[in-house]
Design a protein around this ligand. Structure first.
Ligand code: PEP
Ligand code: MN
Length: 305
């Protein structure tokens, strides 16, 4: 017999399920909101700190992840990686398998891109994060990367969530562009339920009626997720706005709102990027932003890693 207690939490408008509940088997979950058990802050007193190749995400030190949208060439990745490192970024991003809206757009270099990422890590010492889109490729991608990224479009790809849940490697889970906070936390719960507790939540903007920005960056998700869950929360101001000129403002706002990190697109020549150049910072812009971020972090009692 499954026991559960449900009450309306006026703090959040979410109905909370206690640890005694197993709401996978509770049909009433379909009609309400819940905070799943394993990601719930009430189930774990201390915040989760994810260790990605020696970089701790979720501590008082804010982690800046940066790099190109896609790995394009060896030169592009190496030059960008060196620039990210010298500006103070501590983790390198870069997509090798790209989820492009059009099948005719650049799809990424695949395994060759993973090899370039490995080379960039060897050259700079920066751990890397890259996306995996396919259950059949989880093992391959996990063999190269320090963090596996699950993209917005795959946030509810349950077989993929379960597959990365079986690993013991950090997962960066991006919020689905149409996902509620509850759905986002349930997606994270899929990963934790398989035994992998190394999950980083990433707010990257949601679809709204607004069209002046690529997405509407929901910064209110940051305090809400931190309130509900012990998992670290980072923000992607690049996909969240779609405009290079907006990225610094929203990056600073995210740090002020309590984010544990940022993931920012940086390209050594944004005007030549094969993907998302319009929202990528140049190395100079990124360097200036890092200086400003240190001041914001200090103002809210934190440091940049
Ligand atoms: C990305 O970070 O490379 C990406 C494709 O982002 P999202 O999944 O948030 O659209
Ligand atoms: Mn991108």
């Amino acid at each position: 017999m499954i026991k559960f207690i449900r009450k309306l939490n006026w703090d959040t408008n979410l109905k909370e399920y206690t640890m005694e509940s197993d709401h996978y088997n509770d049909p009433t979950i379909l009609g309400g909101y819940s905070v799943p058990v394993r990601v719930n802050r009430k189930s774990k007193a201390d915040p989760t700190i994810v260790d990605a190749g020696g970089i701790r995400i979720g501590s008082s030190e804010i982690v800046i992840i940066a790099g190109p949208c896609s790995v394009e060439t060896r030169e592009q990745l190496m030059e960008t990686a060196v620039a990210v490192k010298s500006a103070g970024g501590v983790i390198l991003r870069g997509g090798a398998f790209k989820p492009r809206s059009s099948p005719y757009n650049f799809q990424g270099l695949g395994e060759e891109g993973l090899k370039f990422l490995e080379e960039a890590r060897a050259k700079t010492g920066l751990p890397v994060v890259t996306e995996v889109m396919d259950t059949r490729l989880v093992e391959l991608v996990a063999g190269y990367t320090d963090i596996l990224q699950i993209g917005s479009r795959n946030m509810q790809n349950y077989p993929l969530l379960k597959e990365v849940g079986r690993l013991r490697k950090p997962v960066l889970l991006k919020r689905g562009m149409m996902a509620t906070i509850e759905e986002f936390l349930l997606a994270a719960e899929y990963i934790l339920s398989q035994g992998n507790e190394q999950v980083i939540l990433c707010e990257r903007g949601i679809r709204t009626f607004e069209t002046s920005t690529r997405n509407t960056l929901d910064l209110s998700a940051v305090p809400m997720l931190k309130h509900l869950s012990h998992l670290p929360v980072i923000v992607d101001p690049s996909h969240g706005t779609g405009h290079r000129w907006m990225v610094p403002a929203m990056a600073k706002a995210a740090v002020a709102a309590g984010a544990d990190g940022l993931i920012i697109e940086v390209h050594y020549k944004p005007e030549e990027a094969l993907c998302d150049g319009h929202q990528s910072l140049s190395p100079d812009e990124f360097t200036r932003l890092m200086t400003d971020l240190r001041k914001i972090a200090q103002a809210v009692g934190r440091d940049i890693y």
